[in-house]
Design a protein around this ligand. Structure first.
Ligand code: NAP
Ligand code: FE
Length: 367
């Protein structure tokens, strides 16, 4: 038995938790940089709640509401400049993974005395960050409890992670009411991202009894929601379960990292604009099939959490949620296999795939 586990984020959950627990926010600083996307935080009540909580505490704020999906390096620099200009001393990131990840990068960039060269954003040795508070409004990425900020890396034509314990959110507020108006597509794609985190965590060389416990619980809760999700009949309790499962899966990957599924998925997002969670879901069954050839027991454990007998049942379940799949050319598939084979998270795989294995998975999924 040899493993490390840590989770520094304080999690507060429940309907109305942000305003009810405004006092916890007071400890974070005097003036927030609120980081959101363009629309949804206004519509789902999360921004209003944040403004109420800040007002209760007498805290000021600057609003940066320009984060796009798959945030760019430039967006992170723009937010950091707004943070410095507004003399903000903490980040309050509200939204899906995109605003949360962008907010984390802003907290790092703004805290640095020396300017960072945009070309070196992923390689700079950061030594400080402003505190980050996260309010997820999708149930999928788990970014509210991870040390990862994933940005579009145009120089390398992929998505790249800044992984730094300094950007673990200090505090996360989980309120499932914010997700009640999420579209079917975003609900499905984000839930599958969470599933992918929990499953990949169980297929990581860094898995432990602690991360496995959380991953199993997460997979069971997600599996309980797939029926109503497909039918479009998610209850309030289902929404709460999805959010909790997503945060649990975030706690898993904070400790295990992701694996080949995310490594391959980044090319689907970068080159084909396929949503992050959908990209993972398209690849997950074939990666499970590959892993099952060498670690059958481990894969059976994962399937058992969903009450499934074999990988074919799992493929049918995800196929029912994802609908018609994309088809890619042999050249595209070879290119993505080549790129994924060089990604850092390949090293996390319990059964390490070679480039040909990755190509076989990609072909079976999307050829
Ligand atoms: P997202 O890009 O944050 O949001 C997708 C869409 O959903 C946006 O149009 C957004 O609108 C909308 N939206 C968000 N919350 C909503 C709500 N409550 N109601 C209605 N619409 C809502 O998508 P995501 O899947 O959550 O995040 C994906 C990103 O997270 C990717 O960049 C991925 O690489 C990253 N990620 C990070 C980690 C990590 O550990 N850090 C892990 C996995 C994935 P607005 O733009 O108007 O807000
Ligand atoms: Fe993910």
């Amino acid at each position: 038995m040899k493993f490390a586990y840590s989770m520094p984020t304080r999690v507060v959950a429940g309907e109305g938790c942000l305003v009810e627990n405004a006092a916890a926010l007071k400890e974070m600083g005097k003036k927030a940089l609120i980081v959101t996307g363009r629309h949804s935080a206004r519509a789902n009540g999360s921004l209003d709640d944040a403004l109420k909580a800040l007002a209760l505490n007498g805290q000021g704020y600057v609003l940066f509401d320009k984060v796009m999906s798959n945030p760019t390096v430039q967006c992170a620099f723009e937010g950091a400049a707004a943070m410095r200009e507004g003399k903000c001393d903490f980040v309050l990131a509200i939204g899906g993974g995109s605003p949360m990840d962008a907010g984390k990068a802003m907290a790092l960039l703004a805290a640095r005395d020396e300017a960072v060269d945009p070309a070196a954003i992923f390689s700079t040795a950061y030594t400080a960050a402003y505190p980050v508070v996260a309010v997820p409004t999708t149930a999928g990425t788990g970014s509210e409890v991870t040390q990862y900020s994933i940005l579009t890396n145009d120089a390398a034509e992929t998505k790249t992670s800044i992984a730094n314990p300094l950007i673990f959110p200090r505090l996360a507020y989980l309120d499932p009411r914010y997700m009640s108006g999420l579209s079917q597509t975003v609900t499905v794609n984000t839930a599958i991202d969470a599933l992918s985190h929990a499953v990949e965590g169980m297929l990581s060389v860094r898995a432990s009894a602690i991360s496995d416990g959380m991953a199993r619980q997460s997979i069971e809760m997600l599996a309980g929601c797939f029926g109503p999700m497909r039918e479009g009949t998610l209850s309030v309790q289902n929404r709460a379960d999805l959010l909790c499962a997503s945060t649990l899966a975030g706690m898993v990957i904070a400790n295990t990292g992701t694996t080949a599924v995310h490594a391959m998925g980044y090319s689907l997002t970068y080159y084909k604009n396929i949503d992050h969670g959908r990209a993972n879901g398209l690849l997950l069954p074939e990666f499970l099939a590959f892993t099952a050839k060498h670690a059958a027991g481990r894969v059976q454990n994962i399937l058992a959490c969903m009450g499934l007998a074999d990988v074919a049942d799992f493929a049918a379940l995800l196929g029912g949620l994802l609908g018609k799949r994309e088809t890619l050319t042999p050249e595209e598939l070879a290119h993505y296999a080549e790129k994924a084979s060089k990604a850092g998270n390949i090293g996390n795989c319990l059964v390490r795939p070679e480039k040909d294995d990755l190509l076989a998975v990609l072909k079976a999924a999307l050829g």
